[in-house]
Design a binder for this molecule. Structure first.
Ligand code: SF4
Ligand code: SF4
Length: 233
């Protein structure tokens, strides 16, 4: 089987021996038997840590879960700086978790949550911060200040938590370069290895924003110059 890897903008082809194994196993084979300089990130080998996200034939995958075909072209994630080969720098993308205030503010974190309420944000809690959604997002590709899919999904995870005491603060945090900048294109949905749909969560955040008095700035500009101002809570 031939595996093609984009290294520093050049396609390098490797003949590999193992069959019916994961991409991560083939990368380890190349590194240990052919080229020790090949660089990639990995850790848990079981789709839990999110560190081995990369692209194959233009689509985001986890290397530990993807079974390669001969001729596949492997590339690093898009929209984030490449450190070397398939290793990317996620620092800026991860910093949007701070911008989006993705933590709980609750006076009674240990209060009982009904099974119905627990289901509301169960899926969002499974995000492994792999970065595949930022790689697939066309808005993040052109606006590096866009808060982005996983940070917005995490914001919704707390906004929708019945124990959250600062919903207004969390919604305020995602008004600029956030919920209204997303085009709802859905590119972030099929690439998520955890079955999360950031697009849907962002739509929910828009609805919540409307309830709290915010509106899409694009529609605000149709108001004949009226100043809609900041909402009152
Ligand atoms: S939302 Fe999905 S694709 Fe995005 S970082 Fe989390 S697990 Fe990865
Ligand atoms: S739905 Fe929004 S967050 Fe998801 S890829 Fe499209 S623009 Fe990005």
């Amino acid at each position: 089987m031939i595996l093609n890897i984009m290294r520093d903008g050049e396609k390098v082809s490797y003949k590999v021996a193992q069959k019916d194994v994961t991409l991560l196993q083939l990368l380890n084979e190349i590194k240990t038997t052919q080229d020790a300089t090949l660089s990639f990130s990995s850790d848990c080998r079981s789709s839990v840590c999110g560190s081995c996200a990369m692209r194959v034939n233009g689509k985001e995958v986890l290397a530990c879960a993807y079974k390669p075909q001969s001729g596949d072209v492997v590339e690093p994630l898009r929209n984030v700086p490449v450190i070397r080969d398939l290793v990317v720098d996620m620092e800026k993308a991860l910093s949007f978790n701070i911008v989006a205030t993705t933590w709980a503010v609750c006076r009674d974190a240990l209060s009982a949550v009904s099974p119905e309420d627990a289901v509301i944000n169960e899926v969002q809690s499974d995000c492994i911060l792999c970065g595949a959604c930022y790689s697939a997002c066309p808005v993040y590709a052109v606006n590096s200040e866009f808060i982005g899919p996983f940070a917005l999904t995490r914001n919704w995870r707390y906004v929708s938590d019945v124990r959250e005491d600062d919903v207004a603060g969390k919604i305020a945090a995602v008004q600029t370069n956030g919920v209204w900048d997303c085009t709802l294109c859905g590119e972030c949905v099929p690439v998520c290895p955890q079955g999360i749909a950031p697009k849907t969560d962002i739509d929910m955040l828009r609805n919540k924003s409307n309830v709290l008095g915010y509106m899409d700035p694009k529609y605000a500009s149709f108001g004949g110059g009226l100043d809609f101002g900041a909402p009152s809570f």
